[in-house]
Every structure is written in structure tokens, then in C-alpha cells.
Design a protein around this ligand. Sequence first.
Ligand SMILES: [Zn+2]
Length: 269
Amino acid sequence: MLETPSKFVAQTAFVQPSDATLITLSFRGTELLVHENGQTVRSFATTAPIDSHIVIGRDEQCAYAAQRLAAEFQAPEGSRFANLRSLFGILPDEQVAIAGRALQLLEWDRTHQFCGACATPTVRETHERARRCPACGLSAYPRISPAMMCLVTKGAQILLARNVNFPAGRFSALAGFLEAGESVEDAVHREVHEEVGIQVSDLRYVASQSWPFPHSLMIAFTAEYAGGDLLPNGHEIAEAHWFDKHNLPQLPPKVSIARSLIEATLARL
Ligand SMILES: [Zn+2]
């Protein structure tokens, strides 16, 4: 699973003096600058305007900042730009998690340069992660979009579905975004019914995971099948079937909470 390392501490400004090695995570759009082999971040300091830099935090050895590079910026010799998802399993998971956090913050910063109420240019707060409007006082905080994930069980079987956007043959647990006014549990009942037409009961919270594409928080549950005919809705879910541990389709990648949820549930059934 994608998890920020336990020793990482988020910061909005570096506390000086710092004995840590500064690593500047550089993004061009949503792509991260890494060494050619993709196994390490290529820390890179530019003379770009300071407003395109953002402090992320630190762990025991390193302090992390992030910066946006211009679209025309070319990767220096021996390095390349890579989509963060393509670095799963190549770049160490802890660095993927910190880079994911950096990407979310850079994107929030980029898209909140002006006040949403009065269009005045906003300024960064230094004591908290916010951009504030100096004219009307409106503050904008990084947006997190909660989404539920649910693995439905029936005896020793689990329900896996193929989303219409998945690669051919890939199945996963059901998932969907919360709507305004819903609890996470409401969203589980609604989404499961909308996507495959069944009812569930006995919801159990399992885990949550930040998913920075672009700013989701996945909240994972298991639930028991409680009735109804399995009927994929066709526009989101192409097919859905009951599987047991001896008869599994292609599953999501190991870094995802979906994979952990499926493996942990199969282990106890
Ligand atoms: Zn304003």
C-alpha cells in the first residue's frame, strides 16, 4: 500500500537550521523528474520564481520541497520525467508516497492562485497549509475527495468487478466517490446498489489510503451480501462475478489499497 513513512513530518515552512539533506521534487505537469533508471528522485534546484516552490516536510535524513517546472523544461542529462504511477515498484514506495503528497500540494497551489469568491490573487499562509484572499479573507485548503471501496463477500466468495475503464481482464473491488451530505456508509450502500444492483450489510472498516490522482482518499470496507440479483450497470461496471481464492482474475497492482483489501479478506475467508 502507498503509505507516507512513519518518520515523515509535514511542514509548511522549513524550521532552520536544518541538518537534513534537501531533496527538491521537480514536476513538469504531473510527471516527476527521476534518474534514468527511475529508482531515485533527481533532486534539482532551479532559479524559478519562489512561488512555484512549496515545502512538503521532512523525515530523519531529508527535507523535501517540491517545484513546478515549465512545460518546455527538458530533463537534464541522465534523468527523465515519469508519470508517478509508472514508478510503482521501481521508485521506493516511501518516495512514491512523498512524491504523491507533493504532487497533490503543487496541484492545489496551482489551481488556487485566485480567490474563488472575489478573484483577488491569493497569498500563501506560512503557519498552516492554506492560501488566503487578502481582500475578502476566504481561505482555501488542499482539497481531499473521499471515496469508498467495498469488497462484498458471500460465504468463501468475493465479488470482483471490471470497470469499463480497466485494462482487459482486470477486476477489483467496487469503488466510488462520496456525494455531498453522505456518510461513507451511505455511499457504500448506494454505490454497491447502483453499480451491481445488490444490497449489503455488516459493513466493516478496513483501512484508508491517500490516492494522489489527483486528490482522493480511498476508505476501504468489507460487507456481506444481503440480497438482490447481481446486475452490472453497464456504463461503469462492464462485468461482475463471485470468485474464490482458487479462481481469481487479474487483480489490481500491489501498491493499491484494493489489492491489500482483497488479499487480507481472502486470507480470513
Ligand atoms: Zn476574495
